[in-house]
Write a protein that binds this ligand. Sequence first.
Ligand code: ADP
Ligand code: ZN
Length: 222
Amino acid sequence: MHYNNNKQIKLIFLGPPGAGKGTQTEIISEKYSIPAISTGAILRSAIKNQTELGKTAAKYVEAGELVPDDIIIGIMKERLAEDDCKNGYILDGFPRTTAQAIALDESGAEISLVINLAVDDDVIIRRMSGRRVCCTCGATYHIEYNPTEDNKTCPRCGGPLACRKDDEPSVVESRLKVYHEQTEPLIKYYEEKGILRTVIGQEKLEDTTALTLNVIENYLKG
Ligand code: ADP
Ligand code: ZN
């Protein structure tokens, strides 16, 4: 794709857990050939491989709490310094606290656009129960909104699909509480910088994608 300016896409996806940020992030990443960086995916992979990070993170993630800022900030500084981030990136699940947002700014990231994917709590709760994640490659699906042929096997890699532990109803409740208390204030933070756009999450995945792509195209043209 060609644009008459060479604006970079350094995009943050904000929104409650289960809003569909991960799915939109994957689509945008492919369309614009920029890396998608998901702190949730990084943490899940570390937990699965039982690395030091994984062992520390597991107790927070499984309780629906946030992993401490210093750990997350350290991981992301390293990740964003990698070569593939030179021409832009999409962040899914980071920053999630004001301290993380400030650290990102101070690292010189120069975020160009923040998309707030707005979805109501009751919709979130319904959605989480249908979410499935591939135990092998980490791809996420939904039995209703983004189904696979049998909702048991990953079409990407053939791995088995399972429920995430932290998608259990009691954990979902604390994740939503954490979102409202710690992450929602970032909407105002980025609004004040003039780079926030809101996309209302739609019933259909493709409709949300269309709205999201529209926001990105307007940014690239503007
Ligand atoms: P969702 O967007 O569905 O909430 P994620 O995959 O983004 O799920 O995150 C899963 C869990 O990983 C969070 O509930 C939290 O425990 C941890 N986590 C992910 N990103 C961060 C972050 N930026 N800061 C602290 N904890 C995080
Ligand atoms: Zn897979």
